[in-house]
Design a protein around this ligand. Structure first.
Ligand code: VG1
Ligand code: CO
Length: 545
């Protein structure tokens, strides 16, 4: 007989601390009995007015996605949730989930994704928790969830075989309705409201060739609906467009290292005018032109400078925000537009209050994330359409657009160096070394300048006044250059050290320097200070952006 079943476990899980973007662990860890269930129970226990409410549940299709959705349905039924909206086969990109939460007045969203981390049995799995504004849970809530999970020894679920969800429809379990919808439709109709797809189509059908790489992850079906069915391009504009549980063994992180086939097509073979890729859950984007890589910080600046070309944003800009390590290229645009520019810690959750209170319209991060007030997550395909609309309106190439932008606003040379999955002891040692050196750096010479400030970034939310500390070590130089060091909060193996280098607003005719050359003195000076290459025994970072 179907019934609410209570499960007791012997030892609590102590390691369910959500990182920069949800709880992220190896797939094997998530397969451990009760691991996922205890985390979901911890989430539901923190939510007021859960009974009778609507939840959105979906994921990026990675290994374990469907099984997790079924478990969540059973747990929610036992908690008397009113309705769960899921999608065909459980595919739902993170930005599409954010949109659904908003459109369907859901109280909560549970997104099954480890984002840009590899999937499959030997990869990673994750859970993102989003609140009723459609955005990631703020720190206060994630801390409560973590605290609960640390001592939780029981959960309940409704013991009922959950039917498959391969097609649209609905079923009832206990008193709870489960509606199965097409996850693509509502997202695409939002894009049609923001962009003029006909204008984009006219440009793309006339000698402007594009290629989109879905990296065998969730954006394939969305991109097909947009580019093939709506805009009318041939299927050849898509690569890796069928979502696979292990992403075809690709690492679905759209950067020059992991999306190297696409990069080669654009940068070496010069086969297309425009190329783009999205990550596992569809919230990140990489933009490329023929022989031209667009740094994500520059992408944010270009998007901000061109909102007037997009129907959804004409004369609607209130302000802009960037995460602290993101380059200050967008600050130059904000100054010109005479709008405020906010600097937040890393992670999309910090944009939520600014968006909700209409202080900003556009926001972004250096980690291939750009977005706006249309949802409360970064949005990969939105950024791709935004770029295509600018190019269609200006009828120019990506490289022309970048050159025009730099000659108007100046160029911020910028690069991020990632040392991935290094021993945690080494990463902590490097971090602590710099942290202890910070007080002595001020007014000292560093590279070719003097240190103006050296600190550990902290942030007070302008709306709810929450203070977040330890958000990254910064060295700010008198000539406006910046060096930042952080430890990643999304990796699952060892530690990942991120170094960020920036030289601000060079407009003295040196616009076409290679960023690694332009930043070489900062890179060398930091290595001299911290011995990173010696300590990591690596002569170059794993990923350079
Ligand atoms: C990284 C990025 C950060 C981004 C986060 C989540 O975090 O640096 O900017 O918000 O991933 O992105 P970290 O702590 O590893 O640097 V995603 O696509 O996972 O939602
Ligand atoms: Co992502």
């Amino acid at each position: 007989m179907d019934k609410v079943t209570h499960i007791n476990i012997k030892k609590p899980f102590k390691d369910q601390k959500p990182g920069t973007s949800g709880l992220r662990k190896s797939t094997l860890q998530f397969q451990e009995p009760h691991y996922l269930e205890i985390f979901v129970e911890s989430v539901l226990r923190q939510i007021n007015n859960l009974e009778g409410s609507t939840l959105i549940v979906g994921g990026d299709g990675r290994y374990g996605n469907k099984k997790a959705i079924k478990k969540i349905i059973q747990i929610c039924a036992a908690h008397n949730v009113g309705k769960i909206i899921i999608t065909k086969d459980g595919f739902l990109s993170t930005p599409a989930a954010s949109n659904l939460i908003r459109k369907r007045n859901a109280l909560l969203g549970i997104i099954l994704s480890a984002s840009h981390n590899p999937g499959g049995v030997n990869g990673d799995f994750g859970i993102k928790v989003n609140i009723s504004n459609g955005g990631p849970a703020p720190e206060k809530l994630t801390n409560q969830i973590y605290r609960c999970s640390q001592s939780l020894l029981e959960y309940k679920f409704y013991d009922f075989p959950v039917p498959d969800f391969a097609s649209q429809g609905s079923f009832k379990i206990k008193e709870m309705f489960v509606e199965i919808i097409d996850g693509v439709e509502e997202y695409v109709s939002l894009m049609e409201k923001i962009f003029d797809l006909d204008q984009i189509g006219d440009y793309l059908q006339n000698d402007f060739s594009i290629i989109f790489d879905a990296m065998n992850a969730v954006t394939g079906p969305y991109a097909r609906e947009l580019f093939v069915n709506k805009i009318g391009l041939s299927e050849n504009c898509l690569m890796n467009s069928t979502p696979l549980p292990n992403f075809g063994n690709l690492h679905p992180d759209p950067n020059l290292t992991y999306a190297n086939k696409l990069a080669d097509l654009l940068l070496n073979k010069r086969s297309f005018d425009f190329g783009a890729a999205c990550d596992g859950d569809g919230d990140r984007n990489m933009i490329l032109g023929r022989s031209c890589f667009v740094n994500p910080s520059d992408s944010l600046a270009v998007i901000t400078a061109n909102t007037n070309l997009i129907p959804g944003y004409k004369n609607a800009m209130t302000g802009v925000a960037r995460s602290m390590p993101t380059s200050m290229a967008v600050d130059c645009v904000a100054k010109e537009l005479n709008i405020p520019c906010y600097e937040t810690p890393t992670g999309w959750k910090f944009f939520g209050n600014l968006l909700d209170s209409d202080k900003i319209t556009i926001c972004g991060e250096e980690s291939f994330g750009t977005g706006s007030n249309h949802v409360r997550e970064k949005d990969g395909l939105w950024a791709v359409l935004f770029w295509l609309q600018i190019l269609a309106a200006k009828k120019c190439s990506v490289m022309d657009l970048m050159n025009q932008h730099w000659s108007k606003f100046g160029r911020n040379y910028y690069s991020r160096h990632d040392y991935e999955a290094i021993p945690s002891g080494i990463a902590n040692q490097i971090y602590e070394n710099l942290e202890s050196l910070l007080p002595n750096l001020k007014n000292e010479k560093f590279s070719n300048s003097l240190v103006l400030d050296a600190d550990n970034f902290s942030y007070e939310d302008p709306i709810d006044k929450t203070i977040s500390t330890n958000q990254g070590l910064r060295i700010i130089l008198e000539n406006n250059s910046r060096i930042i060091l952080r430890l990643s909060g999304t990796g699952t193996k060892g530690s990942t050290l991120r170094l960020y280098f920036e030289k601000s607003s060079l407009s003295n005719g040196k616009l076409d320097l290679n960023p690694q050359m332009a930043l070489q003195d900062l890179i060398t000076s930091l290595d001299d200070l911290l011995n990173i290459s010696t300590l990591t025994k690596m002569n170059r970072p794993t990923v350079i952006t």
